[in-house]
Ligand binder design. Structure first.
Ligand code: 5GP
Length: 211
């Protein structure tokens, strides 16, 4: 029987580089991971495509998804809705893939509540100044949006202790390696191997009885 995958939530301030890390992780290990694609009411940035970065939907369509309970979680972030479609995540976990949700903190905590064995990772740049520089240099956002993302980052920073791991994104390749190791080591955790442990225990019991 193939082991079920691990549900992994990766959060990080807007501009932390988590999107790039996830893209690289998937490129390096395509058969290990599946990346969930969220639905959002945000307008696509230049170069973003429907069904690739996000499913870009109207507010009405999003509210329909909420109504039909088609989302594992959803949250409002800087005036837009973002949510995780359920079917894809469940299907990939059953196939044994480690499924990555790249979502913000409110959503992360909701997922952890619904699925307590979720692994929560928080990615941060090495400093707050570096975060500000990255947001400005990205050049895709208005000044007011950058300001609201920085203020949101300050709010999110209050909840980081609730995550299982805190990873610094300074060197991209090192960070990708670190994230991969954390997730793969998690498979060896005793509490995630209860069925196998039980099987071995049962076999040992029969040996001990001389069977
Ligand atoms: P952006 O607009 O920069 O693509 O994303 C804004 C924030 O929304 C990021 O922190 C991103 O991780 C988060 N986000 C993306 N998809 C989801 C989702 O499905 N649910 C939640 N709760 N947050 C999401």
């Amino acid at each position: 029987m193939k082991e079920k995958g691990i549900l992994v939530v990766v959060s990080g301030f807007s501009g932390s580089g988590k999107g790039t890390i996830m893209k690289q992780l998937l490129e390096e290990h395509p058969s290990t991971y599946a990346l969930s694609i969220s639905a959002t009411t945000r307008i696509p940035r230049p170069g973003e495509c429907h069904g690739k970065e996000y499913f870009f939907v109207s507010r009405e369509e999003f509210e329909q998804m909420i109504h039909k309970k088609a989302l594992i979680e959803y949250a409002q972030y800087v005036d837009n809705y973002y949510g995780t479609p359920k079917d894809y995540v469940v299907e990939k976990l059953e196939q044994g893939k480690d499924v990555i949700l790249e979502i913000e903190i409110q959503g992360a905590l909701k997922v952890k509540k619904a699925y307590p064995d979720t692994l929560l990772l928080f990615v941060s740049p090495p400093s707050a100044q570096e975060l500000k520089n990255r947001l400005i240099n990205r050049g895709t956002e208005e000044e007011a949006v950058i300001a609201s993302r920085l203020s949101r980052a300050w709010q999110e920073a209050q909840g980081i202790e609730q995550y299982d791991y805190f990873v610094i994104n300074d060197d991209l390749e090192e960070c990708v390696q670190e994230v991969h190791s954390i997730i793969q080591n998690e498979h060896a955790r005793a509490a995630r191997n209860c069925e196998l442990i039980e099987t071995i225990r049962a076999e040992l019991k029969s040996f001990a009885k001389g069977e």
